[in-house]
Design a protein around this ligand. Structure first.
Ligand code: NAP
Ligand code: HSE
Length: 443
């Protein structure tokens, strides 16, 4: 069979995740098409209520209440199951797989509870079932275990796998919100499950831990052999204890494996994590996963664990993998076509000019120790409209010189270079200024 040159995509569910996928697929369509060497056809999305207001625009004819219009459409090659739950989602997933389609899913409950049945259908009908979005939102943890870290056996996988719990614990701990208010906020932001008891009682994290354990060790962890605890009982006194004694309170999923004794344990529970551990610093909706591999050592991935955009990123990654497999283009990152597409994309990109590169700066100046020196320095900053944020002055008695350290508010590289040129001209500046950029990945 020759590879399809137009790939049809259908989306079951147009809620938080479904709308994110539609929006970003539409926006990135041209770029993805040139990278993959195929046309993408966003065929239809299925919902329960056609009248519901949606944040993402979709042509009226593209929305349907009937999932068969997607599953039975011969022009749909990839079905995204973004409905949730385990009843209708199971039925539609199995039907799509039996029709030989690729199913891309964010549904950890479905995979955890019906994984063997789903993979049996994949084997029998030759489709694919891809599920990157089911664990840790936008973090490509499934791909990391399956591909990048394939050389490893993992004696420990420990992670913060539920964005809602981490959001609640952070908002209670840092901002003093009540449990109920923090949960409401997570629901409004689209982080929580349709039934949020799955989040706060630890079931969602157990679903995800179970998927990771299966991926790493080939065994599904039964719920009656897994310690599953949620965060309902966490109160202000627990948070206060953690803060006083150098811990962060986190909801953890812990998968341990003893390769000699050949056992595995899976547990999800709230725990005190020492502040020095990288997972203690994973806050808000973010997830973090540390994998201790026998070859690589400890590797930690962190990033947004819930929300429409982060999850759409993982779903679209799976769609691209599926298309690569459908078209026989399994090296989608580096084929001649995709290299050419990157090159032509690169031709439209220019390097930023100095006025476009902005950050706060730190300076250390060695100055002559006499009256009026500071005024000369400040005049230069003011002339170039560079605003100073902080200043510390150090005296060096009897040496005739002093040290001034200062930081600025964000300023562009051109302005800063003009400030430095003027500073160097001053006779009162005794040495070449030490200049550091103040870097934050968030800015
Ligand atoms: P959601 O906002 O509740 O959206 C669910 C969508 O499915 C809605 O559009 C709903 O239609 C539709 N739907 C539900 N039952 C249906 C049925 N029987 N027939 C047709 N359509 C139906 O849920 P979500 O947050 O996007 O989550 C979807 C899936 O992604 C779940 O498996 C969830 O666990 C998973 N996930 C979510 C996140 C996240 O951050 N939200 C992250 C990772 C994974 P109406 O809009 O008309 O009600
Ligand atoms: N409800 C889930 C969470 C969504 O909060 O982590 C992401 O799987």
């Amino acid at each position: 069979m020759s590879a399809p040159r137009t790939i049809g995509i259908g989306i079951l569910g147009f809620g938080t995740v479904g709308q994110g996928v539609w929006k970003h697929l539409s926006e990135k369509q041209a770029d993805l098409e040139s990278r993959l060497g195929v046309k993408l056809d966003l065929r239809k999305a299925c919902v329960r209520d056609l009248k519901k207001k949606r944040a993402v625009k979709i042509p009226a004819g593209k929305l349907t209440k009937n999932p068969n219009e997607i599953i039975d459409d011969p022009k749909v090659h990839v079905v995204c199951e973004l409905i949730g739950g385990t009843t209708k989602a199971r039925e539609l997933t199995l039907r799509a797989l039996r029709a030989g389609k690729v199913v891309v899913s964010a549904n950890k409950a479905l995979l955890c509870e019906h994984g063997p049945e789903i993979f049996a259908a994949v084997r029998q009908h030759g489709g694919q079932f891809l599920f990157e979005a089911s664990v840790a939102g936008g973090i490509p943890i499934i791909k990391a275990i399956r591909e990048g870290l394939v050389a490893n056996r993992f004696e420990l996988i420990v992670g913060i796998l539920n964005g809602t719990c981490n959001h609640i614990l952070t908002r209670m701990g840092v901002d003093g919100l009540s449990f109920a208010d923090a949960l409401k906020e997570a629901q409004v932001l689209g982080y929580a499950e349709a039934d949020p008891t799955l989040d706060v009682d630890g079931i969602d994290a157990w679903h995800k831990a179970s998927i990771l354990a299966w991926l790493a060790h080939g065994k599904w962890a039964p719920s009656n052999r897994t310690l599953v605890e949620g965060i309902r009982n966490i109160g202000p006194a627990d948070i206060d204890f953690a803060r006083r004694f150098g811990f962060a309170l986190k909801h953890l999923a812990v998968i341990r494996r003893d390769f000699k004794a050949n056992w595995m344990t899976v547990g999800v529970y709230p725990a005190l994590v020492p502040n020095r551990d990288i997972l203690a610093r994973v806050t808000g909706v973010n997830n973090g996963i540390t994998l201790r591999g026998d070859v690589v050592g400890a590797t930690t991935l962190t990033g947004r664990g819930a929300g429409g955009d982060a999850t759409a990123s993982a779903v679209i990654g799976d769609i691209v993998d599926a298309i690569a497999a459908l078209t026989g283009n399994t090296n989608s990152g580096l084929t001649a076509d995709s290299l050419a597409a990157r090159e032509s994309q690169g031709k439209k990109v220019r390097m930023a000019d100095l006025p476009e590169i902005v950050s706060p700066f730190y300076l250390r100046l060695s100055l002559l120790d006499k009256a009026g020196v500071s005024e000369g320095i400040y005049r230069i900053f003011s002339k170039h409209k560079v605003s100073i944020a902080r200043v510390i002055q150090y005296e060096h008695p009897n040496q005739g010189r002093g040290t001034v350290t200062l930081s600025t508010y964000p300023v562009d590289e051109l302005k800063m270079s003009k400030v430095l040129t003027d500073l160097r001209r001053l006779k009162t500046v005794l040495e070449e200024p030490v200049v550091l950029r103040i870097f934050s990945p968030e800015s």
